[in-house]
Design a protein around this ligand. Structure first.
Ligand code: CA
Length: 226
């Protein structure tokens, strides 16, 4: 079953908030609504938010500041909701990292249409490219760079690195790594995984001598720290 997209709605005007919540719910999204900005950052950090509808004028913190602060730790798509066209021009000029802008008064249908576009775009990007700590791993092209320099990995090394980059700080046992990279036909052993890890590390340090992001976890396996 597909999980519902989770939309965070930050809007202090009750009537507008009510409409946004109703339309998002009707469109099949799960929602959380805040009427002020103060708990927004903590909520985004602690929950899997897929998109934020962010009002520009809030009673406590302004939307621009919230957007900027969110971008320090998250690439969650943000649609700014603002009262005037002039504000939108100003926001674009500020390059605050929002993905889109909607002007009040808006048609709720239009809002849902924009949300769908942004979610689709974000989903496509996430599926194809992982960017993490200087690595850029493109799953469609099957290549990976570190600080823009190519890492010449074997297909198995590529799959191992992809698992690590998609799960920073998660400890993988050798068995889990084997299960995720082999298709079941090869004769393999624990030593084999250690050899692949050793080779990946060597290729990483050849590009960035001071980097050793893949860490051995004694008695368990490996994890990637960044
Ligand atoms: Ca407002």
């Amino acid at each position: 079953m597909m999980t519902k997209y989770h939309i965070l709605i930050v809007e202090d005007e009750p009537a507008i908030a009510e409409v946004l919540c109703a339309y998002c719910t009707a469109a099949g999204y799960s929602i959380k609504h805040f009427s002020s900005g103060q708990t927004v950052l903590a909520y985004i950090k602690d929950n899997n938010v897929d998109l934020v509808l962010l009002d520009l004028m809030l009673p406590d913190i302004d939307g621009v500041t919230l957007c900027r602060e969110t971008r320090l730790f998250s690439q969650v798509p943000i649609i700014m909701v603002t009262a005037k066209n002039e504000e939108i021009d100003r926001l674009i000029g500020l390059e605050i990292g929002a993905d889109d802008y909607i002007c009040k008064p808006f048609s709720p249908r239009e809002v849902i249409a924009r949300i769908k576009v942004i979610l689709r775009r974000a989903g496509n990007l996430n599926d194809k490219i992982i960017r993490q700590s200087g690595f850029e791993l493109n799953m469609q092209k099957f290549n990976v760079t570190l600080h823009n320099q190519p890492l010449d990995l074997t297909p198995i090394e590529f799959k191992i690195l992809e698992r690590f980059l998609a799960n920073i700080n998660r400890v993988f046992s050798r068995q889990e790594i084997m299960d995720s990279v082999y298709d079941g036909f090869e004769e393999i052993s624990d030593r084999n995984i250690d050899t692949h890890i050793k080779n990946i590390r060597k290729k990483i340090t050849a590009v960035a001598a001071d980097m050793n992001p893949i860490v051995s976890v004694y008695g368990v396996g490996y994890k990637m720290e960044c």
